[in-house]
Ligand binder design. Sequence first.
Ligand code: PLP
Length: 372
Amino acid sequence: MLPFVDLRQQYADVREEILPAVQAVFEQAAFILGPDVAAFEREFAAFIGISECVGVESGTAALKLGLEALGIGAGDEVIIPANTYIACAFAVSQVGATPVMVDMDDDYLIDPSLIEEAITPRTKALMPVHLYGQAADMHRILEIARRNNLKVIEDASQAHGALYRGRRCGTFGDVGCFSFYPGKNLGAYGDAGAIVTNDPAIADHLRLLRDFGQRKKYEHLLIGDNCRLDTVQAAILRVKLRHLEQWNVQRLQAAKMYDARLTDIGVTAPARHTAEGHVYHLYVVQIPERERAIERFTAAGIQTGIHYPVPIHRQPAYRGLNIPEGSYPRTGAAAGKILSLPMFPEISKAQIDRVVRTLQEHFTETHAHLAH
Ligand SMILES: *Cc1c(COP(=O)(O)O)cnc(C)c1O
C-alpha cells in the first residue's frame, strides 16, 4: 500500500523525541494552557518571523477567531477563493458574515484580477488562501485591500513555511491562520491551530476570545469561547516544528522528481514560481478520465485525493446563497479533473516511480479507449 500521506512512517522517525515530550506533559499535569503552549507560540512566531502567535484548537477556530478579532460579523461580506477548503466559508458564516467567492487563476489560487468586481459596500475583508503550499499573489491582494480599506486574513493552513518574496506566508495580512491537522505540513496528533499577527492588541483580543474572555480566572471581560490549543498537542508540535524545514525540503525534492517524470509522460506539472518557496502540501495534476485513473490507482494499492471534488458553491450547505449555474467556471471545471498524488516528506523515488508508472498505464489504456 502506498498511502496518500504516510503519518506512520513519520511517527517512526520522530518517536524517540515525541514520547518524552508527551510524557513530560502527563507528569506535569499541566493540561490546559500549560508551559508547552506558550513555548510553542514563541517558537512558531520566531519561525514565521512575526511577533505574536496564539494557539487554538483548530484551523477553523483560527479563521473564526481571526475574523472576530478583526471586528467582522453580521451583515459583513468576506471575499474568499471559490477553490478552497470549506472551512474558509464556514468560518465566515459562523461569525454571521457572508462568504463571497472569487474564481481561481492558473495556479488554483484566488485570481486577483477578479477581486475588485466582487467588492460591495458590505465587503470588510479579503481571505486569500495559500492553497496546496503555494503563496497567493499577496502584492496585488494587499494593494486591493489598501485601496478599498479592507482587512486581510490569510489562510496559511496548507503553507507552513512557504515563502512569498522572501517572507513567510501568514505574515502579510492583519492576521495569518494555520491548521495543524495531522496531515498538514506541520501536523499535530489531533486537532490544533494558531493565529499569528504583528499587532499586540489583536493578539490580546485573540487570547481572550479563545479562553472564556478571561485574563484572570472567573473574570470574563468579553463573551469568549473555549478553543484553546491543547498542551499535549503543543508539546508534539514543538518537536515537529524542529523538523519542518527539512520536511519541506524533502517535499520540494519529491515534487521535482514528479515534475521530471510526469513531463516525460506528457502530464503538465503544477506551476512552481521559482522566486517563491512552494512547500507542496499537495501535488495536484489534471487527468483525463480521472475516475478510471483513480480505479487504476486503487487497484495498484495507491491512495490519491481530490482537493476538492465539490466546490463550495455546489455544496448543499450553501444552497441558500443561490449562486447561478456556471459561476466560477474555472473552479468548476478543475473540480472534475484534478487529482492529488501521494505527497509526503518521506516518499521515496521508488514510490514516485510506481505512481508515475500507474499513470502511464492509464494513459496507454485511455488513448486506446479513446481511439475505438
Ligand atoms: C485544513 C484547512 C483548514 C481547516 O483546518 P482544521 O484544522 O481542519 O479546522 C482551513 N483552511 C484550509 C485551506 C485548510 O487546508
